[in-house]
Design a protein around this ligand. Structure first.
Ligand code: ANZ
Ligand code: ZN
Length: 842
């Protein structure tokens, strides 16, 4: 028979879908389902990671559309950012032209893949019509006190000449630093996330979003995000880094005349182990602690130490003793004060009480300096510790701790909090979001600097502040745009200059999912009523590299917008899927590794079918030509089956002298028909269930199995024909979300009306309660399977299929493909006919 020409088929149906507006989301929607893939960064062309991401959302969107939902499946472009500027620089063009060219190419790529988007809602973040709303939102946040302008030591990439957010600094080993580090924002030793250049530190005035105001909410909210992978929730918890503990106040005495200026100062040390406080034998300050700058001014050796550790990542256990002493608030003893780089500036209070007996680091620090090791906690069971050689770090019972002796650590922590010197404290690792970038290709921050009025927001009616024309410079092109910079102060009308920083592109992507909902809305970034109706996004799919940054920022924005009264939702996404990696030769498939396969190399339909059938969306999988050809063959098989059937149908129509309509013998009840009908119902129920769970690989597995079964019937003339025809129709519908163009072709061959993309999802003919029970059973443990089947030598429960027949009897079958179906029945025996049927076909 004729092989189907997949390239032609794809192109044709893509055209028809567009002509018929299949993917345009009804407005207003009755049954809204929002399916969203993370919009691509406009880097030039689509890679396999994109394809996998969008194949997942497209399959789910198509499935829900057929199931009767009003589905929104939009697409847009994350178009601002440094790489465009770098690319433009290298190619001697400007970022805008380069970006627009990328968008054209990538849009074509997406179309060619047959993905169904509502292009009427396309958004591009570098359009002034989009970024004006970034500016508008900045102004609203500013009014609400959620924007700050602060001098800050910032991570600086000397190559990109820009500030980097903490999360844009990677450890030079290239690992996922988000999870590795527990403390700190001291990124010396890190490299720029884009170009890999070693990051340095700089002091600059910068704009921040006060995401830390939401630290608790963002942290606590994670517990309720049941549709999110645990790994992502953990990464966010870790990133927010909430630690509950206490501060302990130490009074400082200057031991010499020159240190009198610190007399009467108090240093608060943050600790999670207040129970060990009697074991504190020294106090250590971070090099950036407030007290230290004064110390350094009058003490050369402190100054030299601070200088020597600035910008180094592993100052180890170095430190320097100061001429200060601290009074231990519980014992009244005087303890020495050190400056030590292991105490981080921006963790806790930047000061620690050193407890050598119960903390590894403090123990090591003390050992090098012969500081006393004083035990305050002992094992509850009275067992020996390795003190003073090794610290005892577990909880236990207090000893040598005055009135607290004998208390358990937990109880002691509570009781000690009542003391004057102690106070409950929570610290966070999360820092405010630094959004300033000294680059051109981003949203200009809508602020005017006026000598008299200070920093004045640009009034809404003057938005957008559009980017000036691009000029090539090494620094920030906006600084060089003299004419653009010069403006009038919105307040006093006097001469003023524009802010030249642009916004981090993560601002653009923090609310884009809202813009799709009302892309032409002119009064605000989005229409609140529509947004309340559509949110949260039902499914959001994207790479796990966004586990922290982007996915924390959209949560922050949603909450901030709710507090601004612009939205009635506090979480943006109901269900999150991080798609796994496509591997090739054991390594992540990528251009830079030279192991990339272009999305169209094997044809769009084959690629989609393969990436969806290879593994669960969250799992990594290996690209192999063998598996690709399996996907290809499956399409050919389906096509052949339908073609053979239509040929047979027209033969028999001619023989019976009828154009169409049921043959006379249709009313006869035939056992094989009943069996096939039941299998059709079963397949519908199974496949629907798998689509609901995003297990497209199992959908394909079910469909392959079903196609094999159906094929065994192919040679039979009526009376099986009606069940068979239904089987083909159902198969076509069920495969449509995954191989949409092939399915349209089959639908057309079957002479069905309309488009399969718009056809209703198939329904089982009879009650499938039995099927649900069967599924439950399959999910039970191996022991249960043994109980039910009485078979003891089952190794792998996946080899066994439990079926509940309509007579409610349990039946178990081997499902391993090689097993002969007739012999493989291990439970009860199925009806004679069915065995015979299987036997015939085998
Ligand atoms: C005294 C103490 C005794 C501590 C003890 C621990 C154990 P973890 O260890 O991750 O729970 N810390 C506080 N501020 C710090 C800073 N700015 N830089 C470096 N370390 C700092 O973190 C909590 C502990 O980290 C705190 O509790 C403190 O040491 C240290 F047996 O205080 B602890
Ligand atoms: Zn002014």
């Amino acid at each position: 028979s004729r092989r189907y020409d997949h390239a032609k088929v794809q192109e044709y149906w893509q055209h028809v879908w567009e002509r018929e507006g299949v993917f345009e989301c009804p407005d207003p929607a009755e049954n809204p389902t929002y399916v969203l893939g993370m919009f691509p960064y406009t880097s030039g062309s689509l890679h396999m990671g994109h394809i996998r991401n969008y194949a997942i959302t497209d399959a789910y969107a198509r499935y829900r559309r057929m199931a009767g939902d009003d589905v929104l499946h939009p697409m847009g472009w994350d178009a601002f950012g440094l790489p465009a500027e770098n690319a433009a620089y290298e190619r001697d063009t400007d970022p805008e032209s380069w970006t627009r060219a990328c968008i054209e190419r990538m849009r074509d790529d997406l179309r060619e893949m047959g993905f169904g988007y509502d292009w009427s809602r396309e958004i591009t973040t570098c359009d002034p019509e989009y970024y004006r709303w970034n500016q508008w939102l900045f102004t609203r946040l500013h009014e609400a006190g959620l924007v700050e302008y602060d001098a800050a030591t910032v991570n600086w990439c000397p190559d990109c000449e820009t500030v980097l957010a903490d999360a844009q600094v990677e450890t030079s080993t290239g690992g996922d630093d988000e999870r590795g580090r527990t403390h700190g924002h001291d990124h010396a030793g890190g490299v720029c996330w884009r170009c890999g250049t070693a990051v340095t530190q700089r002091e600059l005035d910068q704009w921040f979003f006060a995401i830390t105001d939401y630290a608790d909410e963002l942290y606590d909210g994670l517990d309720d995000l049941e549709g999110w992978p645990e790994g992502v929730r953990d990464s966010q918890r870790n990133w927010i880094g909430r630690q509950e503990g206490a501060t302990v106040a130490f009074d400082i005495d200057g031991a010499s005349a020159s240190s009198a200026s610190e007399d009467g100062e108090t240093v608060e040390a943050f600790t999670t182990r207040l129970d060990t406080v009697y074991g504190a034998t020294y106090l250590a300050l971070a090099p950036g602690h407030d007290l230290v700058s004064g110390l350094a001014d009058r003490d050369e050796s402190v100054a030299r130490y601070v200088e020597s550790v600035a910008g180094t990542d592993d100052a180890g256990l170095s430190g320097i003793e100061t001429d200060l002493v601290a009074t231990h608030p519980f014992t009244g003893e005087e303890i020495p004060v050190y400056v030590a780089a292991y105490v981080l500036d921006d963790v806790g209070t930047g000061a620690v009480m050193g407890v050598p007996a119960h903390n590894e680091r403090d123990h090591a620090f003390a050992a090098e300096r012969d500081l006393p090791v004083r035990q305050a906690v002992e094992p509850v069971d009275g067992s020996e510790t390795a003190l003073p050689d090794e610290p005892y770090t577990d909880d236990g019972m207090l000893t040598d701790s005055g009135e607290y002796d004998g208390l358990a650590s937990t109880a002691a922590r509570d009781r000690l909090l009542a003391a004057d010197a102690a106070a409950e404290a929570t610290t966070y690792r999360l820092r405010d979001w630094l959004i300033s970038r000294q680059r051109y290709w981003g949203t200009p921050i809508p602020i005017v600097h006026c000598e008299d009025c200070g920093r004045v927001p640009v009034p809404d009616e003057d938005l957008p502040v559009e980017l000036p024309e691009y000029v090539q410079t090494t620094g920030n092109p906006l600084d060089a745009a003299e004419e653009w910079k010069r403006t009038a102060c919105p307040d006093c009308g006097g001469e003023a200059t524009r802010e030249t920083d642009t916004m981090d592109t993560f601002v653009d992507s923090s609310w884009y999912f809202l813009r799709y909902l009302s892309p032409d809305f002119e009064d605000a970034p989005f229409d609140q009523e529509t947004a309340d109706e559509w949110l949260p996004v039902d499914v959001y799919v994207g790479g796990e590299e966004h586990a922290v940054l982007h996915l924390l920022y959209i949560r922050f924005f949603t909450r901030a917008l709710a507090d601004l009264g612009l939205l009635n939702r506090r979480e943006p996404v109901d269900r999150l899927i991080n798609q796994g990696t496509v591997l090739h030769g054991g390594e992540k498939m990528s251009k830079s590794k030279g192991n990339a396969v272009a999305p169209h190399e094997y044809g769009a339909e084959t690629t989609r079918l393969f990436v969806l059938s290879a593994a669960h969306p969250a799992q990594d999988f290996e690209w192999t030509v063998k598996d690709v050809s399996t996907a290809y063959d499956f399409q050919q098989t389906l096509h052949e089956m339908v073609e053979r059937y239509t040929a047979m149908r027209s033969r028999s129509d001619r023989a019976s002298g009828e154009e169409s309509g049921p043959p006379a013998d249709r009313t006869e009840s035939v056992p094989h028909d009943a069996y096939l009908e039941r299998e059709i119902d079963r397949t519908i129920a199974a496949v629907t269930d798998e689509y609901d769970r995003f297990r497209f690989h199992r959908v394909v597995g079910e469909l392959q199995r079903f196609a094999r079964l159906l094929r065994r019937y192919a040679g039979y003339e009526p009376p099986y024909r009606f069940a068979y025809a239904r089987g083909l129709r159902v198969l076509t519908k069920l495969v449509a979300p995954i191989a949409p163009a092939l399915a349209e072709e089959l639908w057309h061959l079957l002479e069905e009306d309309g488009l399969v993309a718009e056809a209703p999802w198939p329904e089982p003919l009879r009650d499938v309660e039995w099927y649900r029970i069967e599924r439950e059973l399959v999910r039970t443990t191996l022991d249960d399977v043994r109980d039910i089947t009485g078979v003891v030598d089952i190794e792998d429960p996946d080899e066994i299929e439990i079926v509940v027949a309509e007579d409610w009897k349990y039946r178990a079958y081997h499902t391993a493909e090689e097993a002969d179906p007739g012999d493989a029945i291990v439970g009860e025996i199925m009806g004679e006919e069915a065995i015979q049927r299987h036997g015939d076909a085998a």
